[in-house]
Design a binder for this molecule. Sequence first.
Ligand SMILES: Nc1ncnc2c1ncn2[C@@H]1O[C@H](COP(=O)(O)OP(=O)(O)OP(=O)(O)O)[C@@H](O)[C@H]1O
Ligand SMILES: [Mg+2]
Length: 410
Amino acid sequence: MIDKKIQSIKQRFGIIGNSELLNRAIEVAIQVAPTDMSVLISGESGSGKESFSKIIHSLSSRKHGQFIAINCGAIPEGTIDSELFGHEKGSFTGANDSRKGYFEVTDGGTIFLDEISEMPLSTQARLLRVLENGEFIKVGSSKPQKTNVRIIAATNLDLIRSVESKKFREDLYYRLNTVPIMVPSLRKRGEDINLLFRKFSSDFSDNHNIKPIRLEEEASEIIKNYRFPGNIRELKNLVEQISILEINRKITSETLIKYLPKQENTLPTLSNIKDQKKDYNERDILYKVLFDVKNDVTELKKLINKILTNKKINIDVSEEQKKLLDNYSVKDKNAKMSLNTKVQNAKNNQFQEVTEVFNNDSLSLEKNEKNFIIRALKKNHNKRKYAAKDLGISERTLYRKIKQYNLEKF
Ligand SMILES: Nc1ncnc2c1ncn2[C@@H]1O[C@H](COP(=O)(O)OP(=O)(O)OP(=O)(O)O)[C@@H](O)[C@H]1O
Ligand SMILES: [Mg+2]
């Protein structure tokens, strides 16, 4: 019975897959939907959390009420309280009128708070009040108002870690986490990877009028064992990329491997980067290169100091310093060779742009930061959310920096 229901939900919401973990997550969503309880959906980025919030709303008694999805990471800290809870006229500079917030207009409906870990602590306190007694206070008011809103929250972080680091209120965490739903990462979904591959390949072929690609047996084994840090979103991009670039529609393992980024264990990573962050291979490499540069600069400083203080020609320099001196000698045409080699060794020529960044000779953090932001925005077709992920900063920080460097036009 429940299995039938799970299958019908999958059909209705376009969810592909049959793995046990996926089915269990859908089952919990079906069970919790008709209650009015808060739900916390956890899962890695790109694993498909959003569909779960829609399932819960659509199967609840609020299905005819409003459903609003809010990305907590995308609203600037200064305006989030007013956006969510509204404000009174004159409550801050620019508040020329009073305004209703989402919690007021969604009365009787569901609010999906995505990236809840990004919610500022002061807003968390307001949210807790709503959850505890259905009350909120507009910014600039002292009068509590009632609202009847169901909260579904989502996070791609381990929220308990945010509680430990005091970025997330413990009481709110337990309040939200009464019914947790764990959306499994793609790597734990076995055969689903191939099912999704076929689905994306056939969608792409329908939309673009080209023959669908197909994986040869060995290739389909390889893809099943790839770790997909970007989950379903990454798989979809991969299928689209191969569909466009390969002429032969039968994809061999050799062809597939060309498109898979090297697994992180073959690349330099920093030991203190947490497991989940190992996915940011490109960023790891940049860090590594930056650290190497920093060490080299320190060594060079020591060396110059020695040259300046020692008038004798016979300077006592270590082998390491000699190498550095060779590499950085102004007369040497290949002055930047050592840096380039490092970058190239770190990863193949995909990272040519990285070298460019360092070749511009600027050690200004600001300038390089701006360059990185531009590159991340370009790479992600101006999708700030994904650019922020690539950069390893929150979406809110990215918004602030875009403003600071005047990059809005990108
Ligand atoms: N089971 C599924 N079948 C087919 N497509 C899916 C499935 N789950 C998710 N998708 C697609 O995968 C992409 C990523 O899903 P979604 O945006 O829900 O991820 P997310 O978990 O919310 O990620 P993030 O934390 O980055 O917001 C979307 O394009 C979505 O349509
Ligand atoms: Mg999402």
